[in-house]
Write a new protein. Structure first.
Length: 94
């Protein structure tokens, strides 16, 4: 189990944490689901999807230092599968 002590935690978005991972500095950080963040903003703050996306882009998806979280976004593919993309350009299918 990695030591998550010192990793950046985003206030009010605990339900969007989907795990932890090792960043490019070989330090443990939290992984957040972009989809879950948007759902929280739309439900809790009564934002539209467009408002939530804009708020996310300008206020959440940022660099918070060397222990910044990563954000995982799912993308639906034409064949019905999902591909997940991270901040570092990585992508994988599930």
């Amino acid at each position: 189990m990695e030591d998550i002590t010192g990793a950046v935690v985003l206030n009010g978005l605990d339900d969007a944490i989907i795990g932890s991972t090792i960043n490019t500095n070989y330090e443990c950080v939290f992984a957040y689901s972009t989809d879950k963040i948007l759902d929280i903003l739309m439900t809790r703050d009564q934002m539209t999807l467009i408002e939530a996306r804009e708020f996310y882009d300008f206020n959440i998806d940022a660099h918070y230092g060397k222990r910044s979280p990563i954000f995982i976004q799912s993308v639906n593919v034409a064949d019905g599968s999902k591909v997940y993309c991270d901040d570092f350009g990585g992508a994988w299918a599930v």
